[in-house]
Design a protein around this ligand. Structure first.
Ligand code: AMP
Length: 296
């Protein structure tokens, strides 16, 4: 069982044009490859909502602010194709950097505000690279739907803003974070962790979820976040780049969980940067849930 691979926009367009002529609904799942269950969950979600699924595989140089990170990024196209074929994805689009950004390429798509702070503060130019490549992929594929993981929460906000602001006719579908059995969010970067680091890594999601519960119960955010930072460092992480409570709706900074929120983190473990986030139920809503449970 194999999956067809398109290398150029021309090949991609020929295939998609035939699908569209037949009235088929097309979905795209953008990835940088080194596929794991998190990526495959997006493909499954896409299969449930569309007739034809394009998985894109492109390690986008423009979104890497660190040359060493780009060089070390895993590239496993053969294995990726082998994982996608049995799922029933229809096309793998794996363009070359020289075709995506030919000599003379001079356009940058930049989404402000939602890309401020968090990863935007620590990875200069990252979200410009993301917005530029995502805009290209949407225009190249002309997909009706696009699937993204909540794992990259700020990226999801950037993509939603991009689509709204540029009137791109595509529906963005957000999919939940897929985790390992011990709670660590799946990531293509996890393979870089040593055995010892891999054992320490799940402390990050563990701290996030206990902190989220405390915030929902009304504990002061400043205290909870300070203690969470300490706990992450005590687990062996060398740096907590950021740990913030942000509004679910628009990513605005919050000092209390007074509305649906996210606790969002980036931390370094043995030279590997890991990101994660969890939902924080708003205080009064949790109270309402408890009141309802007590009344029942
Ligand atoms: P990446 O290849 O890391 O650029 O990710 C491609 C897509 O997969 C993005 O929409 C990510 O948010 C999503 N993704 C990555 N890891 C996970 C995960 N553990 N669970 C769900 N989606 C994920």
């Amino acid at each position: 069982m194999t999956i067809p691979i398109a290398r150029t926009v021309a090949e991609l367009r020929t295939t998609v044009a035939a699908w569209r002529k037949n009235g088929l609904k097309v979905a795209v799942v953008p990835t940088m490859g080194a596929l794991h269950e998190g990526h495959l969950s997006l493909v499954r979600a896409a299969l449930a909502k569309a007739d034809r699924i394009i998985v894109t595989l492109f390690v986008n140089p423009k979104q890497f602010n660190n040359a060493a990170d780009l060089a070390a990024y895993p590239r496993t196209e053969h294995d990726d194709a082998a994982k996608l074929a049995p799922l029933g994805a229809h096309l793998l689009y794996a363009p070359n950097a020289a075709d995506m950004y030919p000599e003379g390429f001079a356009t940058t798509v930049s989404v402000s505000r939602v890309s401020d702070g968090l990863c935007g503060a620590f990875r200069p130019g990252h979200f410009d690279g993301v917005a530029t490549v995502v805009a290209k992929l949407f225009l190249q594929t002309r997909a009706d739907l696009a699937f993204f993981g909540v794992k990259d929460f700020q990226q999801l906000h950037v993509v939603r803003r991009l689509v709204r602001d540029l009137d791109i006719p595509i529906e963005i579908v957000a999919c939940p974070t897929v985790r390992e059995a011990d709670g660590l969010a799946m990531s293509s970067r996890n393979v870089r962790l040593s055995a010892e680091q891999r054992l320490a890594a799940p402390k990050l999601p563990e701290v996030l979820s206990t902190s989220a519960e405390r915030l929902s119960a009304g504990a002061p955010a400043e205290l909870v976040l300070a203690e969470a930072r300490q706990a992450i460092l005590a687990a062996g992480y060398e740096e907590v780049e950021y740990l913030e409570l942000r509004a679910d709706q628009d990513l605005s900074p919050l000092s209390a969980a007074d509305r649906p929120a996210r606790l969002i983190v980036a931390a370094w473990l043995g030279g590997t940067r890991l990101i994660d986030n969890v939902e924080v139920l708003p205080r009064q809503r949790k109270g309402e849930v408890l009141a309802a449970a007590n009344a029942a």
